[in-house]
Design a protein around this ligand. Structure first.
Ligand SMILES: Cc1cc2nc3c(=O)[nH]c(=O)nc-3n(C[C@H](O)[C@H](O)[C@H](O)COP(=O)(O)OP(=O)(O)OC[C@H]3O[C@@H](n4cnc5c(N)ncnc54)[C@H](O)[C@@H]3O)c2cc1C
Length: 460
């Protein structure tokens, strides 16, 4: 793209220090956390103000430039891999927490605010922002909203969508659109915010986000249930829910992942266990004691060899340190890590875990499985080496098999990682042709020149 005249215009709008064209810079924005081919943009823009962001989008639209907005680039579905020669707009300089309103329990943020920084700022006021993707130390709230990110607390607290009260976003033509409000209730107009949450940068670019806050629960208790057989662990997940207990977190880890984490983080995990469930309950102290006792009793009844209840905050932190280390620990084992997020109705978790095991044997691949079992959301993680073409073919076949199995069990392609380009080819399999065409009509009505993250989710 970028002829000199246009580059100069971007420089005038954003300041020349916020316009990047060097190959090294472009390379840095050519890929994300998905295992996909990178694609070089021709220019990277870093607006520092709303005006800058809006006018950059307007200029991109006037010149029909494919434009990919990017937070931290941690998405796992290729959502920030730009179109070849396109524009990347990075939101890292729009990182202000504009307001935390303690009276009305909401916050207003710019899209580039780091998730964990926001959660900590809110917590310092005794408030709680529950969505906590594993990447929260680096991911941005804009990226979380665009992916409708989940995390470890989805079972009780829901996902990002459940906390978005309002959005201010730039449409493809650079016009500022306002959706939602700072009120608990708002039915003014179409639910545009609902359309934009999870739209992966294809329908608009967030400028400001209004997020719901809730009071911090008074007490928490974490525990680790140890199982000698995987089916017993997976059946316990369903049993906990069936007994109407809704822990904040209900995570699964198989033996391969347990050993990888212990080898990496040395947190004292039982390496001989076939599977672990990591569970946390929260709420009023009396309720927490009651729920924790019920969960412990249920785990034992379902066949757990042991249940370790964290005695204090330090032990609790260790449980979550172990869980959060899972991906990093697995990633050390082979050069390429493919993290999937097949999701099934909760009652189908035992069947899905068994199927992943079968698929791993059928395709002779190393797969470590962990994830948000309480949400039916597993992360089978294939450890491989992309340079080995023969093995990579088997990996692709195994990924297809995992998705098809999840769909056959009444599940979905993605519980939280989004579709991007990685899974767009499967969209029709889960929905139907009419749904894809309907979605494309929305896209072309709102972005007639198809500049915003073209090709993502619904293809072209
Ligand atoms: C180690 C690791 C752990 C993870 N754990 C989880 C997890 O537990 N749960 C989970 O849900 N995900 C998880 N993820 C995936 C990822 O972190 C999330 O999808 C996250 O929301 C992406 O945020 P980001 O700032 O990196 O966004 P990016 O990757 O930069 O962008 C993601 C999408 O959002 C769009 N976007 C970004 N900013 C804007 C904006 N201002 N306006 C409009 N669109 C925008 C982009 O175009 C892209 O389509 C994990 C990833 C890693 C690497």
């Amino acid at each position: 793209m970028a002829d000199n005249k246009l580059v100069n215009k971007f420089r005038e709008l954003l300041g020349k220090e916020n316009v990047f064209q060097d190959e090294a810079d472009r390379l840095a924005y050519s890929y994300d956390a998905a295992v996909l081919e990178p694609s070089l943009p021709s220019i990277v823009l870093r607006p520092t103000t709303s005006e800058g962001l809006g006018s950059a989008i307007r200029l991109c639209n006037e010149n029909a430039l494919p434009t990919t907005v990017r937070g931290a680039g941690t998405n796992l579905s290729g959502g920030t891999i730009p179109s070849p020669g396109g524009v990347v707009i990075v939101t890292s300089a729009m990182n202000e927490i504009v307001e935390i309103n303690e009276e009305d329990l909401y916050a207003v943020v710019q899209p580039g605010v780091i998730t964990a920084k926001f959660a900590a700022a809110v917590e310092s006021k005794g408030l709680f922002y529950p969505p906590d993707p594993g990447s929260q130390a680096v991911s941005t709230l804009g990226g979380n909203v665009a992916e409708n990110a989940g995390g470890l607390r989805g079972l009780r607290y829901g996902v990002t969508r459940d906390y978005v009260m309002g959005l201010e976003f730039f449409a493809a033509d650079g016009e500022l659109i306002k959706a939602g409000a700072r009120t608990v209730k708002c039915v003014t107009g179409y639910n545009l915010g609902g359309l934009l949450v999870g739209s992966e940068g294809t329908l608009g670019v967030f400028n400001k986000i209004i997020l719901k806050l809730i009071p911090m629960p008074a007490a928490k208790k974490a525990m680790m249930a140890v199982f000698s057989e995987v089916p017993k662990a997976s059946e316990t997940v369903s049993a906990i829910i069936a007994n109407r207990i809704f822990p904040v977190t209900l995570e699964f880890m198989d033996n391969f992942t347990i050993r990888a984490v212990e080898d990496y983080a040395h947190v004292g995990l039982p390496v001989d266990a076939a599977a672990l469930l990591l569970i946390e309950v929260d709420g009023h102290p009396v309720q927490v004691e009651e729920d924790a006792a019920k969960v412990e009793e249920l785990c034992r009844r379902m066949g757990a060899m042991g249940v370790r209840v964290a005695r204090d905050a330090e032990e609790r932190d260790k449980v979550w340190e172990a869980r959060r280390a899972a991906l990093s620990a697995l990633s050390r084992i082979k050069p390429t890590t493919v993290l999937e997020d097949a999701t099934v109705p909760r009652s189908k978790i035992p069947a899905m875990i068994a199927s992943i095991d079968e698929i791993s044997r059928k395709f002779n691949l190393t797969i470590g499985t962990f994830g948000h079992a309480g949400d039916g959301n597993l992360h089978p993680t294939i450890l491989t080496d992309r340079r080995n073409k023969e093995e990579w073919t088997r990996v692709e076949e195994a990924i297809d098999a995992i998705f098809y199995r999840a769909l056959a069990l009444g599940g979905t392609l993605s519980g939280e990682h989004g579709i991007g380009i990685a899974k767009s080819k499967f969209m029709e399999k889960e929905t139907n042709r009419a749904t894809i065409l309907y979605s494309r009509r929305i896209k072309s009505a709102l972005d007639p020149k198809n500049i915003l993250n073209p090709g993502k989710i619904i293809g072209e």
